[in-house]
Structure formats: C-alpha cells, structure tokens
Design a binder for this molecule. Sequence first.
Ligand SMILES: [Zn+2]
Length: 415
Amino acid sequence: MRIINTLILVMLSLATFAQLKPKVVIVIADGIPADVIERLRPPAMQQIIKEGAYTRAHVGGTKGTYTETPTISAPGYNNMLTGTWGYKHNVWDNDNQHPNYNYPTIFRIFKTAKPTGTTAIFSTWVENRKMLLGTGLPQTGNLSVDYVYDGYEKDTIAFPHDKASLYLHHIDEHVVSCADSVIRAKAPDLSWIYLEYTDDVGHSKGTGKEYDKAIGLLDEQMKKIAAAIHFREANYKEKWLLLITTDHGRDSLTGSGHGDQSKRERTTWFILNHPVTNAYFKASQPGIVDILPSAASYLNINLPVPVKRELDGVPIVGPVSVSNARLENTAKGFTLKWKAFTKTEKLKVYITYTNHAKEGKKDIYKLISTPSAGAEKFNYSSAGLLNQPFYKVVIEGKHNTINVWHTVKPAASVK
Ligand SMILES: [Zn+2]
C-alpha cells in the first residue's frame, strides 16, 4: 500500500511538473574552459549542479570538417542562438559580422511560435541584440525583444573605463542585477544573460589566481540568478530551466588566448538547474548548438520542418531519437551512420542536391529510405551520386532531425 501511495505521489508530482509554465534562462559566461570549473568547483554553481546536472560540452564544430568554427566569442554566441555552426550562420569573428539570417535564432523561432510570449536580453554588448539577433531588421521580420538591458560598454559615465578593466565586472554586476529584478517581477519566457568579465581577465592575466577570483565573482552572480528562479518556482506555477555555459575555452599554455581548435579551447561545459536531461546528454559530450533544440523542447515549441532540417544540434532535454550523423563514401554511394536512442522507431532518410536554404529558399528533398533506428547504419548506392560534389542528407526521427553534408569544399569555402 505504501509503495502504491508513493507511486501515486510521484505520478502526481510528475503531472504537476508537466502542467507548470516553462521558462528558459541561458547564461553565457565568456571564455571559461571546463578544467577551471572542475578544479574550482565554485560553491553556488556546485549547488545548482547538485539540484540539476553538469557535463563537459564542446564548441568549434567538428575539427577538420566543413562544420569547424573558430573558438571565438561572437561565432560562439551565434552557434548557441541559431543551433548551427559557422558554415551556416556565417559569423566568423567579433568584427565585420554578416550573419545569415536565413538560419533563425531561438529568439525569432520563439516569437514566431508564441507571439504573445516574452523575451529578454541582458548583455554588455549591444551587437548581441542588434547584429546577432538582428532586432528591427526586415531579414528577421522586425524581431523585437521585450526586456532589453544592454549596451553598457558605451556608457562611460555610469561605467568609466579603468586600466584594470574592473568596469567590466561592474557592468556584469549591473546586468545580473537587472536580470534578477526582471526575472522576479516579469518572468520572461526566454532570457539570455551575457557576462564578459571572465574573458577579459583571461586575456590580460591568463588562467591564474586573478582568473580564479573572477570565477568566484561569477559564482556569486549565478547564486543571485538561481535565487530569483527559486523565488519564481516557489511562488508561481512555473518551471525554469537555467542553463549556464561558455562560448569557448582558452589556450593551454597561459590561458590568455583562444580562437584555435586545441582541446582546451574546444572543451566547454553545461550546468543545468534541474535533472531534466535525456539519454543523449548522458551518452555524449554535447555541443553549444544543442542549446536551441533543448530550449525549444522545454518551451514546447514545435520547430518548423525547414529549421529542423538545418539544425546542427540535438536536444539534451526531452525526448530524442537520433544524433551523430556521419557519411562514409563507398564505391557506389555512401554508408550513413547515426546513434539511435529509440531502437524500434522507423526513421526517414532524405537527400537533396541543392542548398537553397542558404538563401532562405526551399530545397526539394527525396525520401530514400525508412530504416529502423536501431540499425544505426544504412547503405545507399546510386550511379548519380558519384559525380555529385554536394548533397545534404537528413535523418528524420520522431523526436528530432539531424543532417550531414557531403561537400568536397573545406569549411572556409563553404562559408
Ligand atoms: Zn568569448
């Protein structure tokens, strides 16, 4: 009887959790390699992990392939925002940005799916909103963000620039204080908090004692955000996903640089506040591009088919079918491989020889097979394939869709 009662209680609490209104807060703390988080084990972040989850993650795309992307800040933010690597979103550096808005950001996807939902951005850089999100531009359908707190790097009266760049810490403190108030009072459905100080200390001092101190300051800031979320969850019928991550690691020599493809620059981390992760999260080292489909899943957004077919990420929360698509050329075609999380479901494999998606137009896909997911492999032969310099293969599962390209061009010329 007691077991039945416990079971009923668990089922009731699961049912209640499902009925709560979902909210997502994504934090990017700039330029922190995984080894630093794991060595310092900052107390507030440890507490969040204890209630949720931690994993090593990665940035930089797949090294040496067409998806390889520099371990630089703005490309990193746009990996997160669009769920794609540089060869699609087209942001390769912090300056001279030309994002390809045909790969929509999670902010735009959210606003399209839920026009009455609310979004928020808290950030030093105004470009994160005006350039990467592309607010107010015809290319993004005049995207707007409901709660905007950014551009502080230009306010030299409130934040006078000092030689030690401590003003960047003061800006981060202000950004966090604004996020704290807005979360408590307005509870936006989707928020992005961007914090810069850690990267600045990394550049000037490397990953030494000063850097550890900066992580300590960040930890205090995360304590505030976690407390604001606890306040909402305790007082409102809401469930909040807090995902804290970084845009890149640092070099292994001094830690002052980043941008290349070394293990330390590529190895990042995710901290989540609830244990809502799925089998893909446990089986892999997720990528920054996984954040978009994860946020969409948590917010109950059905991604449009053209978006799903271009996404380079896989959800780390909620149901998942497949990940890790690979193409291996054979004498008459290719072998397609993947990892399956639902062994019995039937997948749909499509091919197209065009890339009109890049111009915001439609690619015509042909269904070439419906293999069982558990096979994790499918051979395709076609005389027409042999001289094709380019094609895109899509694997559509019940819960998510992945893609892989055949291209003879290296990453630099795909862009
Ligand atoms: Zn950065």
